[in-house]
Design a protein around this ligand. Structure first.
Ligand code: FAD
Length: 270
């Protein structure tokens, strides 16, 4: 944080509204850019940007000076936009011949239904194992990916399906292959001014399976989970594991072994 900004923050924390106005002036544009890119409407974006500054002002006492002010402010704006998008309750989904794009706010309960059962059966299976009905009604696929827990149930499936994470932020949209998204337990490449807009998933013809092992039958964090995707077109098998490392992992040796086996024995044979 630059020196002048630090002074304004300190003054604002002591109740100096004009110092806070300076911070608003400095960040008005990037915060509006962020809310506009996330919400897509100028009116809502203006409202949300204003709300983000109000929230920031009322929470200045909790601000940790070790953190960049911009990071802290963007995270407040992000959370507010996510709440707003959640309230819209629109199941954002678009499908073409080759892929299905699932909005980040789609809940686990929604993923358990059609068209997901037919299009991405392993994802529907994984969503069915998440928490309880209450958690599945409230929890979203975007929240699961953003949390980036190695045990997140949808993550191994998304990895095996070679999904792309679509992010939006102040600098526009960027698409990150899910294999490059996770960097460690609960860590990922998302910047502080970005949210997940959607998950773009190729439609794969062939069998899919998700299995989860836990210490109970329900409401349990995975000891391990596994997603298998057979791509009948390319005659390849893709396998990903969750809860067995710092991030969900592709089991590439097992994939190679299965590919050799398919090559050797034939695709249709057991
Ligand atoms: C009792 C209980 C049981 C659970 N069981 C399971 C389980 O079995 N399997 C499993 O995988 N998970 C489980 N969870 C974890 C959690 O419910 C899921 O990870 C869920 O998908 C989170 O989604 P959410 O929308 O509620 O995210 P939130 O909890 O609201 O958000 C989580 C984080 O992600 C961020 N975030 C949310 N949406 C976005 C977005 N679109 N872009 C960027 N950041 C975003 C939020 O800011 C926050 O930092 C459980 C949780 C609880 C409390």
């Amino acid at each position: 944080m630059n020196e002048q900004e630090q002074i304004w923050v300190q003054q604002a924390r002591r109740g100096d509204r004009s110092a806070f106005s300076r911070l608003v002036e400095a960040y008005q544009r990037p915060v509006f850019n962020l809310t506009y890119r996330m919400l897509g409407s100028v009116e809502e974006a203006e409202d949300d940007a204003q709300e983000a500054f109000l929230r920031a002002y009322s929470r200045l006492g909790q601000y940790d000076p070790e953190m960049k002010f911009s990071t802290w402010l963007f995270s407040i704006a992000n959370h507010y936009c996510i709440d707003r998008l959640r309230k819209r309750r629109t199941t954002q989904i678009s499908i073409d011949d080759t892929s299905v794009e699932i909005g980040a706010m789609v809940t686990h309960a929604e993923l358990c239904e059609e068209p997901f059962i037919s299009l991405v059966p392993a994802l529907a299976q994984a969503a069915r194992t998440v928490g309880s009905p209450q958690i599945r009604n409230a929890g979203t696929i975007g929240g699961n990916v953003a949390t980036s827990s190695p045990a997140g149930d949808t993550l191994s499936v998304l990895l095996a399906l070679e999904a792309t994470v679509v992010l939006v932020g102040t600098n526009g949209e960027r698409r990150v292959p899910i294999a490059d998204f996770f960097t460690g337990p609960k860590r990922n490449v998302m910047a502080s001014d970005e949210i997940i807009r959607s998950l773009d998933i190729p439609i794969v013809r062939g069998a899919q399976e998700f299995v989860k092992v836990g210490t109970r039958n329900a409401m349990v964090i995975a000891v391990a989970n596994l997603a298998l995707v057979v791509d009948a077109q390319s005659r390849r098998l893709r396998c990903a594991l969750g809860s067995v490392g710092p991030t969900p992992l592709r089991a590439t040796d097992a994939e190679r072994w299965a590919d050799d086996y398919i090559e050797h024995v034939g695709f249709g044979d057991p």
